[in-house]
Write a protein that binds this ligand. Sequence first.
Ligand code: PNS
Length: 153
Amino acid sequence: MIAVYPGSFDPITLGHLDIIERGCRLFERVIVAVLKNPQKTPLFTVQKRMEQIQACTQHLPNVEIDSFNGLTVHYARIRQAQVLLRGLRVLSDFEHELQMAHTNNSLSTEIETVFLATSNEYSFLSSSLVKEIAKLGGSVNHLVPKSVVLDLD
Ligand code: PNS
């Protein structure tokens, strides 16, 4: 079974990487798909984010990095994926994630969303917090992969 793990990944965190690693144990292939979102002003370009993800997933033979625009379910269908993979951190994620899962299901009933509970140690972590800490001069070594630490310096 092929899973698409969609997201902004601006930048990828150790929490995302945890989901990718565990997804790779469950699925034949995991396609990490970076959304090209013209509505957001990202810190890193899509190309840079893809490079960051590539750099920290070298050890995973069944991972593929890609980018997409438009609807996630359309992208998943084109890639012949049956599953959308998402991480759930805390209760506050749940409402939005459930809304997205139902919306995606209404658009494409053959694609299922599978949630993995984010490992406890990363349950507080988000890309926005990482960016804020880095901007204010704090250390993010324990929060993001090494390649991202260098990019945030
Ligand atoms: O990392 P994020 O920002 O939480 O990821 C959100 C993402 C990319 C999964 C979501 O915004 C998305 O799927 N956008 C694509 C547009 C789409 O399919 N919208 C309808 C379903 S919610």
